[in-house]
Ligand binder design. Structure first.
Ligand code: NCD
Length: 311
């Protein structure tokens, strides 16, 4: 029989949840997707639950998506962004969070530049913690909404061929996507310049393909990632112009392959670098469907984790 609760109290990363957890999130998200397409988009599921969104790093989509998901579940929401907080005065992460929790907060959604910040917090606080991105490590809700969107296009992902293209080394979306897709039985390849593909990557069960044309010929879906220049302290590619020439996905390249594949991107897009506008805005791209699905998937995660609260 299918499970009806998650195996975990927190969502720290896809690495720590099971395929059953992922499928339960998808099933719940399908119901919430119906809800948010109704004229009345709000349900009372999280009434009296207070959620703090703590963003220690920039975000547009993820922050708005979580806030909308929380409001559509009728939760009480408080928002915090590091730029305007006492973090700038030298307060520690644990002190900041404990002060917020003293105001009776039940769940914490956090984005933080340090990989592992969520793990550390989970050892010290009682609230449910949801990772909205920790440095170059994981971004679990992005991977869930990506896989949910792929499933809408292709059905069951078992045996489906997915290529992740770009800055695999610095992208938390890449790592969470790999964990998620492998757990769901998909075949995964990564593609990008050798300097941006970590040496350990094949130990995660993926293959490396350096030729973008061969990667596109092989796959059903291409998930294209941004070059994370802000995370690079040395130069990994000679120039963005050169990157676009060798690894940029454009219409000419897509027209040169024999089949029609699904194009995805988590945003923000650097138009003309990893993806050209004629592809990003084409009907082959499901980038805005990903954004729409993000709200439903995050509603599912929040709803299911709230069911696992200890208090
Ligand atoms: C990603 C992120 O922040 O990791 N964006 C997102 O959450 N939609 C990807 C990126 O910044 O390139």
């Amino acid at each position: 029989m299918a499970n009806s609760t998650l195996s975990t109290k927190h969502l720290l990363g896809i690495k720590y949840i099971t395929a059953d957890d992922i499928n339960l999130i998808f099933k719940t998200a399908e119901n919430f997707k119906d809800v948010i397409n109704r004229p009345i988009k709000k349900v009372p599921s999280l009434r009296d639950v207070t959620i703090a969104n703590l963003f220690f790093e920039n975000s547009t989509r993820t922050r708005i998506s979580f806030e909308l998901a929380e409001k559509r579940l009728s939760a009480d929401v408080v928002n915090f962004s590091a730029a305007s907080s006492s973090v700038k005065k030298g307060e520690t992460l644990l002190d900041t969070v404990n002060n917020i929790l003293a105001m009776k907060v039940d769940m914490v959604v956090m984005r933080h530049p340090a990989a592992g910040a969520h793990h550390y917090l989970s050892k010290h606080i009682d609230a449910n913690i949801i990772n909205a991105g920790d440095g170059t490590h994981e971004h679990p809700t992005q991977a869930l909404l990506d896989a949910f969107s792929m499933r809408e296009q292709l059905g069951d992902l078992k045996g489906k061929k997915i290529v992740i293209i770009g800055d695999i080394m610095h992208s938390r979306v890449a790592l969470s996507n790999i964990f998620c897709l492998i757990k769901l039985g998909a075949k995964v390849k990564v593609c990008g310049p050798p300097t941006l593909i970590p040496k350990y990557i094949t130990s995660l069960g993926v293959e490396v393909e350096y030729s973008i044309k061969d990667a596109l010929e092989w796959c059903d879906v291409a998930n294209i990632l941004r070059i994370q220049l802000e995370r690079m302290d040395i130069k990994y590619v000679p120039s963005l112009r050169e990157y676009a020439m060798y690894y940029g996905v454009n219409k000419k390249l897509l027209d040169s392959i024999k089949k029609k594949i699904v194009i995805m991107h988590p945003g923000p897009i650097n138009r003309g670098v990893e993806l050209s506008s004629d592809v990003a805005d084409s009907e082959q791209a499901i980038i805005l469907d990903q954004v729409e699905n993000g709200v439903a998937v995050r509603m599912a995660v929040l709803f299911l984790l709230a069911g696992n609260r200890s208090n």
